[in-house]
Design a protein around this ligand. Sequence first.
Ligand code: SAM
Length: 263
Amino acid sequence: MSQMLDFDDNAARALEAMYLTPDVVGQRAKVIEMLSPQPGEHVLDIGVGPGLLAYDLARMVGEGGRLVGLDAAPAMLKVARTRLAASPQAECMEGDAADLRFPDGAFDVAVSTQVHEYVADIDKAVTELHRVLKPGGRTLILDTDWRSIVWHSSDRTRMERVLACWDDHLADPHLPATLGARLRRAGFRVLRVEIVPMFSPQWQPVSYAAGIMKTIRGYAMANGERHGISRDEVQAWYDDQLRLAERGAFFFSVNRYAFLAVR
Ligand SMILES: C[S@@+](CC[C@H](N)C(=O)[O-])C[C@H]1O[C@@H](n2cnc3c(N)ncnc32)[C@H](O)[C@@H]1O
């Protein structure tokens, strides 16, 4: 059974730090290149999180455009609202990706990065996305497939058990594998699919890998029991990574997948 992450104040702080690392800065540049937002466009950012992508999008659509950041978590909305406070074209609101409270055809662009993997009714969320876009409107959905992970460890079995526990933090840890077909079924034309790697071939203290390692430790400490993993084992897994880092033997790679589609 899935036990999803709680996007509270602590999670918001950790996520913001992780999403300012070079891997995720590069992801946002890729998303913007694929979406090519234009001045005056109306853009919806579903699961706006700390508002880092929304901030760039608001700047690009300008004061003649509109940026709506939607999120289910009040703690994330607080961070996003602070970041977007000086952008009159931007507003943030609480809402659910699977139940968008907007009229049909309200947006030119709808983007959602690292969100749909948390949504239980993914097909409803994709149908909602289609409904709120104008004909010809663009969407970009980006999610991780945790099956793509290559993460070196001194104890492969323990690593597999920790990662099996981590899979539980999402409704679908393998969403990208079915996302293209789901988008087409909802009526979208998929134009481009790109791999966006989170890649640390060696230890970098300020990196997505270093951040997610701490998040996984916290999650597995709280939820490992259901997988028969003790807190001591989780700590041993974490300490092993630090030792590998010291010896120059750290290696981490996982792929996110960005789908650009048109209504
Ligand atoms: C991993 S964060 C990604 C944040 C942001 N999109 C980014 O890439 O920087 C996931 C975000 O999705 C939000 N979220 C999760 N499920 C949601 C849902 N059903 N509807 C709206 N937001 C949701 C969470 O509150 C969180 O802010």
